[in-house]
Ligand binder design. Sequence first.
Ligand SMILES: Nc1ncnc2c1ncn2[C@@H]1O[C@H](COP(=O)(O)OP(=O)(O)OP(=O)(O)O)[C@@H](O)[C@H]1O
Ligand SMILES: [Mg+2]
Length: 263
Amino acid sequence: MEKKTRIIAFANNKGGSGKTTSCANIGYSLAAMGKKVLLIDGDMQLNLSLSYFTEDEVLEMAASEKNLYHAIRKQDDLTDYVIHTPYENLDLIPSSMLMSGMEYELFTKWQREFILKGCLKNIKAANTYDYILIDAPPTLGGWVMNILCASDYVIMPVEASPWGLFGVANMFEFLEDVRRINENLELLGIAITKVDARKNYYKQTCETLRSADNVHVFDNIIRVDSEVEWAQDDSKPILVHKAKARSAGEYMELAKEIDRTWQ
Ligand SMILES: Nc1ncnc2c1ncn2[C@@H]1O[C@H](COP(=O)(O)OP(=O)(O)OP(=O)(O)O)[C@@H](O)[C@H]1O
Ligand SMILES: [Mg+2]
């Protein structure tokens, strides 16, 4: 089958819902399955970059001219901004703290919702990647609009907690707004994360989400696992940090479920 690049954003305006952890580990799992993957760090917190590189390395990338912020500012082709991670099939476009000024940068630009889409045009047209995964910040402004206008699909990680559900309606409304200008954007699914299986509360979160109309919730959920934080501390995906960790297996199963969408 001919290779076609699919661009998937990880977005939810609720902070700490597992966007970056999911993007980093689903990305690694897909690469381990033999898919070619490009990760894009769209957040000034640099967390996706820190999932693969040490703090010193990430700060160096952030201080250089070769990061997402400068590409957007110059409306440059992102092909030249790709760096290889230490892992086969897995590349990254790093971020910068200057991304905090992105809303201002975008404001004066013509057709400002489509700047990222333009910067990604050549990479997408080349079809060398199976997946481009974009980690969004926990906001719903012009920059996240850019991320969603550059994407074909969105995965929404939702934390299995009372406050995790809070704001889901806002996100759905925002997606409706985005669809006015990117009508092909599809909510691929909700990924339920940070489930504490000792408590029954998560079942209610799952039921509430699964009962919503026209919303797909992935079967594979991600439970709370202390190895997630150790892996992040080690700047490694969980599968590399500790292959037998429960969350490593769960993220692999979720990645397979996502990839099966197109089989
Ligand atoms: N399955 C898990 N088990 C334990 N801790 C987790 C798990 N998933 C994520 N975390 C922790 O929860 C916190 C938030 O996760 P993460 O950074 O992925 O969320 P986020 O949605 O990207 O946050 P932000 O909105 O700030 O970008 C992090 O400290 C992370 O280590
Ligand atoms: Mg994040």
